[in-house]
Ligand binder design. Structure first.
Ligand code: CAA
Length: 284
C-alpha cells in the first residue's frame, strides 16, 4: 500500500484522481457533499476498470482489488488519519477557502492538504489553515487517468518537504510532476488559456470557421484537439473564470477574455456539460 488518501469532491476530476490513486495502490477515501456524485464516480470507475480488463491492462482478479481500495465516506469526519487530502470541489474560491479551514481543523498537522485548483492562489488558500507549510497545489489534467502531468504548485509558505513528498506520490500515480510557483494560472493555464482565448477572438472576428480554426491547430500543430473543441471539453465557464484570474492577477489587457466567450457563458452555452458550446453534444 502506498498511503492513505482522502479525495474531496467526486466530479470528473475527483473521480479520476480516486481511480488513478486506487489503481496505483493507494487506499482512497472519497467524499462529496452530494452523495449521488460519488455513486456516479464509482459507476465511471467500474466502467473504466471493465474496459481495462477487456484490453488486458488489468487482470480480472485485480479489478475488485482496486475497487476495494476505494471507500465512500458518509461525512468528512468519518476518517481520522490520512497522509494526503486532495481537494477537487467546484472552482469557487469562497467554497474552497471554507473547506481548507475545515480540513485544517480536522486533520493532524502532518497531513498534507493539496488543492486541484486550476488557477486559485495556493498561498491564499493556505492562509486559512494552521501550518500553511503543508498546503500545496496538485493540479491534475482532464481526463486524469490518461493525462501524464501533475502540476505541483508551491505556495508562498509551502515547505520543501511537502513539495518533495507530493512529487513522490504523483510519481507513484505514474504521473510526471512539474513544480511551479504560485503565480496566476501557474504554467499550464497561463499558456493554454490565452491560446484558447485567441482562437475565440479569431472566431469572433470571422477569420475562419470554428472547424477551420480547430483543423489548423490539430493538423498544423499536432494538437489532439483543436482549441475550440478543447474549450468545450474544459467548460466555457471554467475558461472564462481562468481568463479573469489572469486578467485580474497580472492587471494586463493581453489577458482580457474574448467578448464572445463572455456572451456564450452568459447564454448558458458551456460546452459538453451543457450540451452546447462551439459544438453540440448529446447529454448522457
Ligand atoms: N477517462 C479515462 N480514459 C479515457 C477518457 C476518460 N475520461 N477519455 C478517453 N480515455 C481513453 C480511452 O479509453 C482511450 O484508451 P484506449 O486507446 O486504450 O482505448 C484513449 O483515452 C484515447 O481515447 P479516444 O480514442 O476515445 O479519443 P482520443 O484519441 O481523441 O483521446 C483524449 C481523447 C485523451 C481526451 C485526447 O483527445 C486529448 O488528449 N485531448 C486533449 C486533452 C487535454 O488537453 N487535457 C487538458 C485539459 S486542461 C486541464 O485539464 C487543466 C485545466 O486546468 C483546465
Amino acid at each position: 500500500m502506498s498511503g492513505r488518501m482522502l479525495v474531496v469532491g467526486s466530479g470528473q476530476m475527483g473521480g479520476g484522481i480516486a481511480e488513478t490513486a486506487a489503481r496505483s495502490g493507494f487506499e482512497v477515501f472519497l467524499w462529496d457533499s452530494v452523495p449521488q456524485m460519488t455513486d456516479k464516480a464509482l459507476g465511471t470507475i467500474r466502467a473504466h476498470l471493465d474496459r481495462g480488463v477487456q484490453k488486458g491492462e488489468i487482470k480480472s482478479e485485480d479489478r475488485q482489488v482496486v475497487l476495494d481500495r476505494i471507500s465512500v465516506l458518509p461525512n468528512l469526519e468519518s476518517v481520522s488519519s490520512v497522509d494526503l487530502v486532495i481537494e477537487a470541489i467546484i472552482e469557487e474560491e469562497k467554497q474552497k477557502r471554507e473547506l481548507f479551514r475545515r480540513l485544517g481543523e480536522l486533520f493532524d498537522p502532518s497531513t498534507i492538504l493539496a488543492s486541484n485548483t486550476s488557477s486559485i492562489s495556493i498561498s491564499r488558500l493556505a492562509s486559512h489553515v494552521p501550518n500553511p507549510g503543508r498546503v500545496i497545489g496538485m493540479h491534475f489534467m482532464n481526463p486524469v487517468p490518461v493525462m501524464r502531468l501533475v502540476e505541483v504548485i508551491a505556495g508562498g509558505l509551502t515547505h520543501d518537504t511537502t513539495v518533495t513528498q507530493v512529487k513522490t506520490w504523483a510519481e507513484k500515480m505514474d504521473k510526471t510532476a512539474v513544480v511551479v510557483q504560485d503565480y496566476p494560472g501557474f504554467i499550464s493555464n497561463r499558456i493554454l488559456m490565452p491560446m484558447i482565448n485567441e482562437a475565440i477572438f479569431a472566431l469572433q472576428e470571422g477569420v475562419a470557421t470554428k472547424e477551420g480554426i480547430d483543423t489548423v491547430m490539430k493538423l498544423g500543430m499536432n494538437h489532439p484537439m483543436g482549441p475550440l473543441t478543447l474549450a468545450d471539453f474544459i467548460g466555457l465557464d471554467t475558461c472564462l473564470a481562468i481568463m479573469n484570474v489572469l486578467y485580474e492577477g497580472f492587471k494586463d489587457s493581453k489577458y482580457r477574455p474574448a467578448p464572445l466567450l463572455q456572451k456564450m457563458v452568459d447564454a448558458g452555452l458551456l460546452g459538453r456539460k451543457s450540451g452546447r458550446g462551439f459544438y453540440e453534444y448529446s447529454l448522457m
